[in-house]
Design a protein around this ligand. Sequence first.
Ligand SMILES: [Mg+2]
Length: 278
Amino acid sequence: MVLAYKVRSRLLLLWVMLLSLMGPGITGCATSNNTFSTDKQQLAQQSILSALWVYSAGEYRALCHQAFNIAKLQLDRRLSYHRGIDKPLAIIVDIDETVLSNVPYFNRLIAEGEAFPSGWKAWVGESTAQAVPGALAFLKYARFRGVEVFYISNRSMRDGLTATIDNMVKMEFPFADQHHLLLKKASGNKQPRRDRVEQTHEVILLIGDNLNDFSLIFTDKPTIQRNDAVDMMGSEFGKRFIMLPNPVYGDWEGALYNYQWNTSNAQKLKIREQYFNQ
Ligand SMILES: [Mg+2]
């Protein structure tokens, strides 16, 4: 399965590189319709380098391993003084780009000149996402040490629960069941779900690729305030908060548009340029 994934990834890499060399005109012709706007294609094309980095750069993989190695050190440290009479210990992890990688999905989006959420439901339904480097070994280690794992993700509970559990069971993730997967129902705010876990467990680590995976303090803040909050909470990173790299998407981008995801493509391009030129 790993070999097939690597072969497919290489083919996709070649495909994306070919499209990028050919330019937007060819990209439009290569699709089933010719209705792409230039702005939409430009937005998709701007993601090529960050998507390439995620699946081709050893540096990306090294950062993932580093994150889970630090998580293991912190887990061992905390276990060294855990008493049997205390609440049971738990770890909260995000799913996408934290334990499951959606690289083939990004490649489709870029190749088709599309944007999220186009094709997302179908991709989740395939249940073929691979593990983020280091994630599986770490979470299995946590189970071995008697620490429970809760997955708090904004994948849709209604559309994604069964397929996500199938995917995670296939990859042999521990605690991949309905009780431990807390997916999105109505709100994307993860705090109520974190609170629910904290009622019964002591949460010793939170692991994610988005600041929203850690605390409300980062949520819905403009870029500068968001960054200030990170500096204020700086000592928590690598301690209770373990951060995975994700340059392809996230609330960092949403913050640029003031979380108005329905901002027009032309306006998004303009905002990106304005930030870049600041
Ligand atoms: Mg994520």
